[in-house]
Write a protein that binds this ligand. Structure first.
Ligand code: PMP
Length: 364
């Protein structure tokens, strides 16, 4: 087959290993596996599902959804406190990224990434024929604003920022964002706020002042709806108009739309779960810090980045997996000897901490 030249160099997204495969490979009962590698919520929103169930019999599933997703936009509008015309619902945050990339990246154009960061930015840009320019974060993972700004050239189309950043957990400084926006007035600046609810700091209000600012959000994290695939873009009116020309038709399905509306109307429940996760996050970090050879970093998201100061990180990752605890092993070209753990229910967090401590003491 005559495939795209891209495949000579393109590294696909690292798809998450499914439970059934882990169970097969390590001889485990799938029910004993704890996923702490996906940055999803451990809380199943049963109340919302029950509510959805009562609505399902009358859903007009033989028709396409409203092309403007008006009802969902209204709910997002009141939750995010932003005007409806600035909102574009998407099939998860990933589709939001794809829509933005399609709107700005021509073949040979560049996107600047503050790395290490969420890998799907790279995937999306490269699939569109663009080139990624990685600007390494500072030692404390802060964005290197000077280097980002000096990487801008005629081919630059997008700057991707992420706050809180996956996988480092830190947020971007307000002044750094202003500095970038002021100096890159003709370049789209994207801030991925997928983990916004865990830090409470948003840059949405700046979309009133800066036409080049685009925010990406999702219901996959704080709202616990990763399986429903709903996200949204908030942008200036000008950018929203442009993105609306690019978005695919009907990428959200009626069932997910209904569920998202129910969830957004009851955002207090989501925020209650967020508060529980934040409390656990601080507890887990404190306990992680007491384990010898482990350095845990502060986080404003629902996960913690930690470093194994001595020993084989890949081996530690595998030994945890053998015991049914799945955490994230990070790309060693960026983060050698680092792992990322998603905050889960207290009993799961405790099992992770105890197992980690025991492996380090007895098996490594
Ligand atoms: N942005 C960031 C920073 C993420 O970590 C993720 C989830 N892995 C996403 C976007 C996309 O999530 P979703 O497509 O489920 O909304």
């Amino acid at each position: 087959m005559r495939v795209r030249e891209l495949f000579n160099y393109f590294k696909p997204y690292g798809f998450e290993i499914p439970n059934w495969r882990i169970a097969e490979e390590y001889g485990l009962d799938p029910r004993e596996i704890i996923r702490m590698d996906l940055n999803t919520s451990p809380y199943l929103p049963q109340k919302w599902l029950k509510n959805l169930e009562s609505k399902i019999p009358t859903l007009k599933i033989n028709q396409y959804p409203d092309a403007t997703y008006r009802d969902l936009v209204e709910e997002i509008s009141s939750y995010a406190r932003v005007k409806a015309e600035k909102i574009i619902p998407t099939n998860g945050g990933d589709e939001a990224i794809d829509i933005i990339v399609k709107a700005f990246i021509d073949s040979g154009c560049e996107a600047i990434l503050s790395s290490p960061t969420y890998d799907y930015f790279r995937v999306s840009v490269e699939l569109q024929g663009g080139r990624v320019i990685n600007i390494q974060r500072r030692e404390n993972f802060a964005d290197n604003v000077e280097a980002i700004l000096s990487a801008i050239n005629d081919r630059t189309r997008v700057i991707f920022l992420c706050s809180p950043n996956n996988p480092t957990g830190n947020t971007i400084q307000y002044n750094d964002v202003l500095n970038i926006l002021d100096k890159a007035l003709d370049i789209a600046v994207v801030i991925d706020e997928a983990y916004y609810e865990y830090c409470g700091k948003t840059f949405i209000e700046l979309t009133e002042t800066y036409d080049n600012l685009i925010i990406v959000r999702t219901l996959s994290k704080a709202f616990g709806l990763a399986g429903a695939r709903v996200g949204y873009i908030v942008a200036s009116r000008e950018a929203a108009k442009l993105l609306n020309k690019v978005r695919p038709p009907n990428s959200l399905n009626l069932i997910a739309i209904e569920l998202a509306k129910i969830a957004l109307r009851d955002y207090e429940t989501a925020l209650k779960n967020v508060r529980k996760t934040i409390k656990e996050r601080e507890r887990v970090r404190e306990l992680l810090s007491t384990i010898p050879k482990i350095k845990a970093y502060p986080s404003e998201a629902n996960f913690i980045l930690f470093q194994l100061l001595e020993g084989d990180t890949k081996l530690l990752h595998r030994k945890l997996m053998e015991k049914g605890i799945v955490i994230r092993y990070l790309d060693p070209s960026w983060l050698q000897s680092y792992l990322r753990v998603t905050i889960s229910l207290p009993e799961h967090n405790n099992r992770f901490l105890k197992t980690l401590e025991r492996i380090l003491k007895e098996e490594m």
